[in-house]
Design a protein around this ligand. Structure first.
Ligand SMILES: C[S@@+](CC[C@H](N)C(=O)[O-])C[C@H]1O[C@@H](n2cnc3c(N)ncnc32)[C@H](O)[C@@H]1O
Length: 173
């Protein structure tokens, strides 16, 4: 099965530790789930998507990992998700973080991330086109209001350029 280049780039940029507990928001049909699990021999993957069609496809794609207790896939919106703690959360091309304040979604992620955990939001296409930059101010503003410290980059990997916003939790005052 051909893996979309943007997802190869995403997993390289996120670079999870082999024992990381990872949450993917908007897992779609599971292509990134399969790539991540290759990098998580001692870790765990949770994928969620609001689309039951998407989660069924993901669950079928990573059935062996689910059977082995290394992964789970849930049909839910992020706002309604109650997570176990994770080391890393990521989303590729999920627009909920810039179309509105995403305050409920970011509160869920703030609760789910362990101290030192990182949220990665990645946006881009497979064709080599430059990622859109008009959403950066909204994204970073929403993350800041949600208690995160965003860092913005526009890295190139394998002929794909992604908008990569990574964010840790703000220090408690
Ligand atoms: C554009 S697709 C991207 C899928 C995959 N990440 C990829 O890059 O191929 C966005 C996915 O996020 C899911 N999604 C969007 N907003 C969501 C939310 N608030 N909660 C859960 N899933 C969401 C959609 O159902 C869809 O499957």
């Amino acid at each position: 099965m051909t893996v979309p280049p943007r997802l190869l780039a995403a997993v390289a940029l996120v670079d999870p530790a082999p024992d990381a507990r990872v949450l993917e928001i908007g897992c779609g049909r599971g292509a990134l789930a399969a790539l991540l699990l290759e990098r998580l021999p001692a870790g765990h993957y949770t994928g969620l998507d609001r689309s039951a069609t998407a989660t069924a496809a993901t669950a079928a794609r990573i059935a062996d990992a689910i059977a082995a207790g290394r992964a789970e896939v849930l049909t839910t919106t992020l706002a309604e998700f109650r997570a176990e703690q994770v080391d890393l959360a990521l989303a590729v091309n999920v627009n909920a973080f810039w179309t509105g304040p995403a305050s409920r979604e970011l509160a869920v992620l703030a609760a789910a991330l362990r101290p030192g955990g990182v949220l990665h939001l990645l946006y881009g296409s497979d064709g080599g086109a430059a990622p859109r930059t008009d959403v950066v101010d909204r994204l970073t503003g929403h993350l800041d209001a949600g208690g995160f410290v965003p860092e913005v980059a526009m890295p190139e990997h394998g002929g794909v350029r992604l908008l990569h916003v990574q964010a840790g939790r703000q220090a408690l005052r």
